[in-house]
Design a protein around this ligand. Structure first.
Ligand SMILES: CC(C)(COP(=O)(O)OP(=O)(O)OC[C@H]1O[C@@H](n2cnc3c(N)ncnc32)[C@H](O)[C@@H]1OP(=O)(O)O)[C@@H](O)C(=O)NCCC(=O)NCCS
Length: 197
């Protein structure tokens, strides 16, 4: 499938509407049209990233956003959504790569994200994450289908948890990836703790 990824343009109302409609396909995260529209509009601020994947007809079939933190050294990826009818074709992976490339061009070293476990899909749900937190993170397993697996395939690692973020036993799983260039003096392999991977 031919796919084009480009910045969402503020003046393109059709693409903004299509992007909001894709968010609305996930009412557990974006339960109303005005919320979805407001998320899209917020992403159009000049210091944010808002990339859309377009199919061969030019229609929006996926959207990824980025928000700078720590003076732009860290970028949070949010949201990332692919139209349900187009999932499983590599679009999500390409949007992640495009976001990383754009964040890197703006000086980012790290991309982070949070992925909620609302459905007891991982071993980080339904447990007390205030005890042995590091062990639980190191030994995380996925019991069902969950975006955590998708992000792991994109090179992200679990770097923390927000216990009970969505109610008792329903954490937000924090993941991150280094997008720093390798080989320089600040390469992760030169830092205490060994190899990046
Ligand atoms: C998560 C999401 C963005 C993935 O997009 P996608 O275009 O379907 O993903 P891709 O086709 O690029 O998949 C890449 C790989 O991840 C796997 N994968 C994708 N979604 C997955 C999921 N929910 N659970 C487990 N594995 C998944 C694919 O099987 C594929 O594996 P492979 O390379 O071994 O074949 C998409 O499912 C989505 O929009 N979900 C709803 C919103 C959401 O949960 N966003 C993340 C919020 S934190």
């Amino acid at each position: 499938m031919k796919l084009h990824i480009r910045q969402l343009e503020r003046q393109n109302r059709k693409h903004r509407r299509q992007a909001a409609e894709i968010l609305l396909e996930n009412p557990e995260f974006w339960p109303a049209a005005e919320i979805a529209r407001s998320v899209v509009n917020t992403l159009l601020a000049p210091n944010r990233i808002c990339l859309c994947a377009h199919d061969e007809n030019g229609d929006v079939v996926g959207i990824v956003g980025g928000l700078p933190d720590y003076d732009g050294i860290v970028w949070e990826m949010h949201p990332l959504v692919v139209k349900k009818s187009h999932q499983g074709r590599g679009i999500g992976r390409r949007l992640v790569k495009a976001l990383e490339k754009e964040a890197a061009s703006r000086g980012a070293l790290t991309v982070i994200l949070g992925t909620d476990d609302l459905s007891s899909s991982t071993s980080l749900s339904d447990v007390n994450l205030f005890t042995n937190t590091g062990d639980k993170i190191s030994n995380v397993v996925c019991r069902g289908r969950h975006p955590y697996v998708f992000f792991r395939k994109c090179g992200y690692k679990v770097i923390g948890v927000i216990p009970d973020a969505n109610g008792t036993g329903k954490p937000d799983i924090l993941m991150g990836k280094s997008i720093a260039k390798r080989g320089g003096k600040t390469s992760l392999t030169t830092l205490k703790g060994g190899k990046s991977g």
